[in-house]
Design a binder for this molecule. Structure first.
Ligand code: FAD
Length: 413
């Protein structure tokens, strides 16, 4: 017998994983998206199941790096002038989140969430038959200056403190693993536990297909207004039609802020725009994910080609993309892989849903017990989606959640 009906708004990886948890526990589920599965950030990300990343973005040391990066408009971090004033309150919160005690709190919350992230995904891959779309090749973090390598050692020590394996390697060992690399790299580390999926969009579409076989209904429509009540929530769509939801999950990624605002929750959610290019025949061999933290981009070998991308651009949800950022990334990538080709490459920009303390909002709405939030996963939404689904389902069922949910609450701001 059904435990009741849940509407999920947003068919990105977070909405899909939430639907998966709910349907397996006996709920009827409808997913509503204005476009369809994987229309947002979930379609073009770097494909990493980066559960070994436990450092928040805001750290005391980041500022030194950020000032250098901001000086270059095509560098790894930029603010579009038209958005500079709008992002200021978010930046101030980000600055506040970089104090040592706040960093320690966010790190602990990430350790707990990411620690449960992989087991949650493994269960979902198994049950949905998508386990053959995932690999554990590890990830190489590479550096080309002694100072950046030295800085990275502090982060690796922190990861090891949390039981994460990090193996520091010299330049020759690295080139043995990745023979097409130039001699620019002076050192780095292998993180063997890091995993990646073959193609994030394919994974989402496979999950959607499997969810349909489990009875989940997919509907198309853009939610414009929420009308909460004791019985649940009325949804008013852009075309004027309405839906009555008994229980509701808002999983709209970077677009969740307005809907949460209508429920009285002022969440400091903004977007870190990221860019990439996926080249079907890159002309080089990259055997596993390569991270170049000093340059703010990664190289990710996918079933559809080599994806080169990353960077953070503060520019909100409406400004057009600046494709020069992709040209700049390709030029930098060629310093490390001189043979890299870009012919036939597909360019993409996506909207990371980001909160200054680097923690998502996984929480009941502060004033409405039948409405739940699952958004704000920033750089780690693919990684954290399955555990988010489990947490939301625990909350809806009134069960003790799989991890302590307090750090992710909507009323923490
Ligand atoms: C360049 C880049 C690289 C990344 N790399 C990684 C990585 O390697 N590993 C990782 O873990 N994470 C990565 N991320 C982050 C990850 O992609 C996101 O955190 C994640 O995809 C967010 O998923 P989501 O379901 O919350 O949002 P989205 O995928 O953006 O989905 C939101 C959905 O909501 C729908 N929607 C919005 N508003 C409405 C509305 N009003 N009504 C109806 N529907 C609506 C949209 O159409 C969309 O389908 C990366 C992101 C970027 C940009």
């Amino acid at each position: 017998m059904s435990k009741g009906h849940v509407h999920v708004i947003g068919a990105g990886v977070v909405g899909l994983a939430t639907a998966a948890s709910l349907v397996q526990r006996g709920y009827d589920v409808t997913i509503l998206d204005r476009e369809g599965p994987a229309a947002g950030a979930s379609q073009g990300n770097a494909a990493a199941i980066a559960w070994t990343d436990v450092a928040p973005m805001a750290t005391p040391g980041l500022w030194k790096q950020a000032i250098k990066w901001l000086a270059d408009p095509l560098g790894p971090l930029s603010v579009r002038p038209a958005y500079a004033l709008k992002i200021l309150p978010w930046m101030l919160r980000f600055l506040a989140a970089s104090s040592p005690d706040r960093v320690a709190r966010s790190t602990q919350a990430l350790v707990e969430l990411n620690g449960a992230a992989l087991p949650a995904w493994e269960a979902l891959w198994r049950v949905s038959g998508t386990h053959n779309q995932v690999r554990r090749d590890g990830c190489l973090e590479l550096f080309d200056t002694a100072a950046s390598l030295e800085d990275a050692r502090g982060g690796w020590a922190e990861q090891r403190r949390h039981g994460i394996e990090v193996e520091e390697l010299g330049a020759e060992q690295i080139r043995d693993l990745e023979p097409d690399l130039s001699d620019r790299v002076i050192g780095g580390a292998l993180v063997p536990g890091w995993m990646q999926v073959d193609e994030p969009k394919h994974l989402c579409l496979s999950l959607a297909d499997w969810l349909k076989t489990q009875g989940v209904t997919f509907a198309t429509g853009e939610v414009a207004r929420l009308l909460p009540s004791e019985a649940g929530c009325g949804l008013v769509l852009k075309d004027g039609s309405t839906i009555d939801a008994e229980r509701l999950v808002i999983a709209c990624g970077a677009w969740s802020k307005t809907l949460a605002g209508q429920l009285g929750d002022r969440i400091p959610l903004d977007t870190e725009r990221g860019y990439n290019i996926t080249v079907p025949e890159p002309g080089i061999s990259v055997k596993r994910m390569i991270m170049l933290p000093g340059h703010g981009f990664v190289m990710s070998p996918l079933s559809t080609g080599l994806r080169v991308g990353g960077a953070v651009e503060f520019g909100g949800l409406n400004l057009p993309p600046n494709w020069k950022r992709v040209d700049a990334m390709i030029a930098k990538a060629r310093r490390f892989y001189p043979g890299l080709k870009e012919e036939g490459g597909k360019r993409w920009m996506g909207y990371r849903p980001s909160i200054p303390d680097s923690l998502p909002v996984i929480s009941p709405a502060s004033r409405h017990e039948r409405i739940f939030y699952a958004f704000g996963h920033a750089h780690h939404g693919l990684t954290q989606s399955a555990v988010t689904g489990e947490l939301v389902a625990d909350m809806i069922e009134g069960m003790r959640p799989v991890v302590d949910p307090v750090p992710y609450r909507a009323d923490r701001f």
